[in-house]
Design a protein around this ligand. Structure first.
Ligand SMILES: Cc1cc2nc3c(=O)[nH]c(=O)nc-3n(C[C@H](O)[C@H](O)[C@H](O)COP(=O)(O)OP(=O)(O)OC[C@H]3O[C@@H](n4cnc5c(N)ncnc54)[C@H](O)[C@@H]3O)c2cc1C
Length: 507
């Protein structure tokens, strides 16, 4: 007979938003939860660090799902903790194409966004209308908590229950990419539109319009408009993890920072527990567990399982297309560096040559006065670009490469911001090596497995792993990267875990 939740031990590996959310939900639902994280600050890619009075968001700077009914909102309500104060990102992003000084502004108001699109991309209304319809169907479907991809009958039943007649309208588009739709609608030659889509999609899906699955793109591009929208947290991104940690502890869960999990222990396909190493003392021990929730990349999961990783699973992970890393520059500046009416989030493409995102574009987030990130009269500028982790792994002179990237990024940012030795107060950069060190992510890859046709949603990695009672949450699973995405994946795994234990009542 299954044990009751208060007799059931769950170990969560990783205190990223995915792990913290799973841990807090399980603690709230009565489980005995211990979360272990190798870092010293919770939040993973959505954490922060402080320098000279500035607070820098490490990775994530915008949050989706805080509106009523949104995934963070739902989870915060269930956990009984206050929803963090936030303001709308409006525009969600101001996108500057090469040589252009007027941006394409992704407004939150749907009518304003439509007018902006008509101005910049005449004749593309049919394309956007289809995306808007697909977004509506997807959104309704996802809000009914389907399990994607399903791995057993229970999962399949959850999936079926979430289906409505309009969900079926998405099925014909299951194997279509954004690039294909552009060509089908006669827009394949519209370079500005294609480039805009490449830029925006690269941020969310890791790949360009030709490779991004249309159904994923519809959600990623649709979420910026009302009644949804992207949010800017007051305080810093740390507020999000702090609130979930508060909930975890309030409901009796434990958080152990500075503790690495070196191995997931399995015997004859039976989960035993995890091998923990306390970083300060080097002490190791086995923490036995009834369930383990791994908030790591799927590549890390295979590594933690070692020889116990099922062969087919290992092969699948090995065959994944390479993932991107990020180069991020963090600037603490005098407010004089920021142009008047500067949008809080901007994206720049510097030339049309070369693959988008590979060192020829920057995504930039700028703090707002009084938002808790910079002292009065100062601001933070954080700019990121995608980069191949191998470049950094194999660099003969890593420091020189980092310096070159830093100088290149500052020179490019100087085309928009007033950056001089007088206005820059602090500067620092992170590379895939930095991300590997601080977030434990294999090779420092960020943003999940990419949303190609072969890897998105139904074709991606499941939260239910082939090892019974071992669950995977985070941006390697559906619906992909972002704090909202990994919260969905945490909720899915928690429901699956409870259903396996017979402790979930689903009306
Ligand atoms: C530059 C950048 C910009 C981004 N911008 C946005 C944005 O604006 N909005 C948005 O929503 N998303 C954004 N993202 C994506 C978002 O940050 C991530 O998808 C999300 O935070 C990932 O959460 P996670 O819980 O899956 O994993 P992670 O954040 O990677 O957390 C995993 C945790 O597990 C710990 N860990 C790993 N291995 C072990 C181990 N063996 N033992 C113990 N602990 C371990 C790590 O220390 C880490 O704390 C951005 C990401 C980057 C890199």
């Amino acid at each position: 007979m299954s044990k009751s939740p208060h007799e059931t031990d769950v170990v969560v590996i990783g205190a990223g938003i995915g792990g913290l959310t799973a841990g807090a939900l399980l603690a709230k639902r009565g489980y005995r939860v211990k979360v272990f994280d190798q870092a010293w600050v919770p939040g993973g890619c959505a954490s922060t660090f402080k320098r000279r009075g500035f607070t820098f968001d490490v990775g994530a700077t915008q949050v989706a799902g805080l509106e009523p009914g949104g995934i963070h909102h739902r989870i915060f309500q269930e956990l009984g903790v206050e929803i963090p104060t936030a303001s709308h990102c409006d525009p969600a992003c101001a996108v500057f194409l090469p040589g252009e000084t007027e941006p394409i502004s992704v407004w939150r108001d749907p009518d304003q966004w439509q007018a902006e699109r008509e101005k910049h991309f005449p004749g593309s209304d049919g394309f956007w209308q289809l995306l808007a319809n697909l977004f509506r169907y997807n959104w309704g479907f996802q809000s009914r908590d389907p399990v994607i991809p399903p791995r057993n009958l229970w999962d399949g039943w959850q999936l079926l229950q979430a289906v409505r007649p309009d969900t079926l309208l998405t099925v014909p588009h299951l194997f279509t990419t954004v690039g294909q739709l552009l060509r089908l609608t006669g827009l394949g030659n519209q370079r500005r539109l294609k480039t805009f889509l490449d830029l925006q999609l690269k941020l969310y899906s890791q790949v360009n319009a030709d490779q991004t699955a249309l159904l994923y793109a519809a959600t990623a591009l649709g979420v910026s408009q009302a009644p949804q929208g992207l949010f800017h947290l007051h305080g810093s991104m740390q507020v999000l993890s702090d609130r979930i940690v508060e909930a975890l502890k309030k409901h009796g869960g434990e958080l152990h920072m500075g503790h690495s999990v070196d191995q997931i222990q399995v015997h004859s396909q039976e989960l035993l527990g995890v091998l923990i190493r306390q970083q300060k003392t080097g002490e190791t021990w086995t923490e036995s567990a009834d369930h383990v929730v791994a908030n790591v990349t799927v590549q890390n999961l295979v590594r933690l399982l070692g020889e116990d990783a099922p062969r087919q699973y290992q092969q699948r992970v090995k065959k994944l297309p390479p993932s991107s890393g990020a180069f991020v520059i963090y600037l603490g500046v005098d407010a004089a560096a920021i142009p008047e009416n500067c949008p809080p989030h901007l994206q720049f493409l510097y030339d049309y040559d070369g693959p988008i995102g590979e060192n020829n574009s920057l995504f930039v987030s700028v703090s707002r006065p009084g938002d808790g990130r910079a002292p009065e009269g100062k601001a933070t500028i954080i700019a990121s670009s995608f980069t191949d982790p191998k470049l950094w792994d194999e660099a003969e002179d890593y420091d020189a490469l980092k310096q070159e990237y830093t100088e290149g990024a500052i020179a490019r940012l100087s085309q928009y911001f007033h950056l001089t030795s007088d206005t820059i107060i602090h500067q620092e950069a992170a590379t895939p090596r930095t991300f590997a060190h601080f977030t434990g992510r294999s090779q420092g890859i960020v943003g999940g497995i990419g949303q190609r046709l072969s890897t998105f949603g139904p074709f991606g990695f499941a939260t239910r792993t082939p090892i019974k009672r071992l669950w995977l949450v985070g941006d390697s699973t559906h619906p992909g990267e972002g704090t909202a995405g990994v919260s969905y994946s945490a909720l899915t795994a928690v429901n699956q875990l409870m259903a396996m234990d017979g402790t979930l009542s689903m009306e």
